[in-house]
Every structure is written in C-alpha cells, then in structure tokens.
Write a new protein. Structure first.
Length: 495
C-alpha cells in the first residue's frame, strides 16, 4: 500500500433550513467575525464536532496535508431562519470552487455538511455542491462527507461523492466520531485500501423531529441495528437518515445508505435489512413520543410540582423562530412560580436594550416576542428587573426576574438550551428552579434527561398546526406530496 504524501481539501457548508419561516437566510447571515473561515481557522472551527474529529485523525497519518478552503460557518441565525437565498448559495459555493481550482491538485476532499439545507432554485444543494466539487477536482479524487442524521438525502449525493458518514444518535453524541471515521476511510481510499461501493434506498416515511429520539425504542432500534451491521461486517458504513420535514424539498423522508469496501452485494443486503426494519416498525416510529397541548402540559407541570417531581422540563418543541410566546403566556396566566423561560428570541428588543446600555438592576417593562410570523403568537408584556445583560456567542442576552421568582431569558436568535448548567451565567439558581420552559425538540435530553437531571419531561406545542408541529399535514408544502409518505398516504414498499 502506498504511503505517498496526499493533499485533502476541507470545506464546510451547513444549515438546517426551516423553509416555512419567512426570514430567508442571506449572504449577510453567513458573514460575521470568523466566518467565512479558511486555513487553520476553518480546521479549528468546531473542535468537538465533525470537523474536529476529521482533522484530528487525518493528521495522525504521515504525509497528509489539509487545505482549509474558505467556507462559511453556520449562519448567525443558526436554525432559526428560512430558505437560503440563491445569491448566498451561488456566491459562497462559487468562492469555494474558485479556490479549489486555484489550489489543485488534490487527492481527496472532505465536505463537512448537515444535509437539510434548502436553497431557492437548487433542489438538492448538498448533491449540487458535490457535483461542482467533482467537476473541479476530476474523476480520480475521492470525496467524503459527514452528515447530521436529519439530512434529506437520496441517491443523488453519492453520484458525485464516494463516502458519507452520518451520526447515529439524536442528540448527536457521535459527531466527532463520524469525523474520525471519515478521515480514516478517506485516507484509506486514497491509498488504495478502500474501494467504495454503495446502495441507497428511500423509505416512504416522513416524521417530525421531536419523535426521533434515539434514547428509546423504536428509533434506538434502527441505530442499534446499523451499529450491529458495522460491528459484524468489516468496512461497512450504515447511514440512517431520519429526514427533516420542515425543509420543503423533494428528497425529504427517511433514507438508508450503505457503503462497503468493494462489496455491492453486501451493501444491498444491509440496506434492505435496515429499510425493512424501519418499514415494519413504521407505526411505532410515529407514535412513540407523547406531545401535549401547551395548556395540558402546564397543567401537568403544576401537578408534578405539587408531587415534588421536580425539576420539570416543559419543552416547546415546535417553536422554529424562537419568538413563540404561547408557553410564556400560559405560565403567566397560571401565575406559576420558580420557572425559567429560556429563551424568547427578540432581535429588536435585545438590540434596543444593548443600545440603551442595559445592566443588572435596571427596571424592565417591555413587550417581548411574538409577531415575527403567525406561529410566534402575540407579544407578551413582562415587568421585572434585569439580572444580567451580556454579549456572548454572537448574541446579546438579557435575563429578567419577574412575577413569583421567575426568570425570562431573552436572546437575539433562536436558542435550544442543551443543558441547565449553561443558565447559571445568566443568574439562574438551578436549585431554586422547579420548571425549565425551553425551546427544544430532542437535543435538550443530553443535559436534562440522559444524565438524570430532570424528573419530569413534558413536550408541548400550540393547538394550531404551526411550523414545528407534529401534524405535518398542516404545513403548506409546495415541493412535497405527503400522499407519497406514511402516515399521510398509503405508499407501497417491500417489507
């Protein structure tokens, strides 16, 4: 096996697009201090995620040179924005391809992706990026990518790329690990020790992300089945894409993707096995998670407080803008105490407070949230005292004490609170908090559930079928025919 020096181009372009939001993701959203990044700045951009894993392992091989191609990092709106504009996509991809052309030759390319990007005028943006990269580097160069399991993928991506590695867990504990696997396998392919062959199958199941928690069956069973195949058959890679239904794109839904080392028959067998398991468990996949109305969830939380089954998580999984006030409104109406609401996104309010020089101890009397779209509800007036006002992580954060020892945290953009300890910097006393009212679907479980912190977990959404709803037939799809997917139609699929 050759050990000659090799050059690998490294690129990053990720977004999880909620195309039903009315605020497009523009070029300006990708341009901020540190983004786009190139060279060592790009390679060091996400040390605990896919990028960090890839760079760490690639550099364990002798004679490997990594070239960080100027790439956008996640937009400053994170996942709280809609369609990526055509201008943003073409501008950023154009710059990446131009730099690849100017920096050739390469032996390999690593694409750090998400998989659920939706771009106006580009049906499959990740596959299109792979196509353009292939055109730039030529047919003899190996292309590998890492993905979130919420990727909306079909067979198109692997027409142009050779390797793909998606996380197995939701929450995504194995991002770094999948980056490591991508680096190891890509170097092996370049050096002639791995000949990628693959099979891809679409499974006609569409599901809201809130039900896809892999900490319990049946979603756990899909991940475990994939892991078993990878353990029993050397050089097998199994990607189970759960899909992301809030991007109105033609390749939504579940996809099984299997890659082997020059064994297409095995790839096809494993792919059929995983797809068949998913199809047989389709009813359980869609009914495994209980979601309450906000009023019912708050009532159950009050009952749990009385029974001392605290701390409690009230997770409004459906708020995709971050501006939603439905849960805050119910908490105020019920006069709850010892509640932390984290967060209400409100860029105009946080900008105004920042401009006023808001600080701890200032009186607070403002309407917050709501109005950005129908799903956000109405602004809610909050009167209290500012606990903290700080600039951090590209946002201005304001925490306000109000009512009966409640704390409201305002942020500039949508924030998913992943674990409670991050709230202490904003003045939250975790021991004094009985209810954590947060905006998250599954990721919060890493810090509130999987570690045993919370005793009661309640997932809630408004009664209306708003943006992040479990009732996907309430969404105004233009590029997706729900009748082609279970549970909305009666699609045929070989079990």
């Amino acid at each position: 096996m050759s050990t000659r020096s090799i050059r690998i181009a490294v690129l990053h372009f990720s977004h999880e697009t909620v195309s039903f939001l009315n605020n497009d993701t523009t070029l300006d959203d990708f341009v901020y201090e540190g983004s786009p990044a190139k060279g060592e700045a790009l390679l060091a951009s996400y040390p605990k995620s896919y990028m960090g894993g890839f760079v760490k392992v690639a550099r364990e091989f002798d004679g490997v040179e990594l070239v960080g191609i100027e790439s956008p990092l996640w937009p400053k709106t994170y996942i709280g924005s809609g369609w990526v504009t055509h201008d943003a996509y073409e501008t950023l991809v154009g710059r990446m391809i131009a730099e690849i052309e100017a920096s050739k030759p390469f032996d390999g390319v690593y694409l750090c992706l998400h998989g659920a990007m939706a771009v106006r005028g580009v049906a499959r943006p990740e596959a299109e990026l792979a196509r353009r990269v292939r055109q730039a580097v030529g047919s003899g160069v190996f292309i590998a990518a890492t993905f979130d399991l919420h990727g909306n993928e079909d067979e198109e991506f692997l027409k142009y790329a050779d390797l793909a590695f998606a996380v197995k867990y939701f929450p995504h504990y194995d991002e770094h690990l999948q980056g490591e696997r991508a680096a190891r396998t890509l170097v092996r392919a370049i050096r002639g020790d791995y000949k990628p062959t693959h099979t891809t199958l679409k499974v006609p199941i569409i599901s809201p992300t809130v039900v896809q928690w892999t900490g319990a069956s049946p979603w756990m069973d899909l991940s475990q089945r994939a892991l078993v195949w990878e353990a029993r058959e050397p050089d097998v890679v199994v990607n189970v894409f759960f899909g992301f239904p809030f991007a109105d794109v033609p390749d939504v839904g579940m996809t099984i993707q299997v890659i082997t080392n020059d064994n297409p028959e095995l790839a096809a067998r494993v792919c059929r096995d995983i797809a068949g398991l998913a199809w047989r468990r389709r009813e359980a996949l869609l009914t495994s998670t209980k979601v309450y109305s906000i009023a019912e969830g708050v009532r159950l939380a009050v009952t749990a407080v009385a029974k001392r089954e605290t701390p409690i998580v009230l997770a409004d999984h459906s708020d995709r803008s971050g501006y939603g006030t439905w849960l805050l409104s119910e908490i105020i109406a019920r006069d709850l105490s010892n509640v932390v609401i984290a967060t209400i996104a409100d860029a105009p309010t946080t900008t105004k407070l920042k401009g006023q020089g808001a600080k701890a101890g200032d009186a607070f009397d403002m309407e917050v949230g709501g109005l950005i779209d129908e799903s956000a509800g109405q602004p809610i007036r909050v009167q209290g005292t500012i606990l903290k006002a700080v600039e951090a992580f590209g946002q201005f954060w304001v925490s306000v004490r109000f009512g009966r020892n409640n704390i409201l945290i305002l942020s500039t953009y949508l924030v998913q609170i992943l674990e409670p300890f991050s709230l202490t910097d904003l003045g939250v006393d975790l021991d004094a908090t009985e209810i954590f009212a947060i905006k998250s679907r599954v990721h919060f479980r890493r810090g509130f559930d999987d570690n045993g912190f919370a005793r009661t977990i309640l997932l809630v959404e408004p009664v209306q079928s708003y943006l992040g709803t479990v009732r996907l037939d309430g969404l105004a799809y233009e590029n997706v025919d729900l009748n082609r997917y279970y549970p909305y139609g009666n699609p045929a699929f070989p079990a």
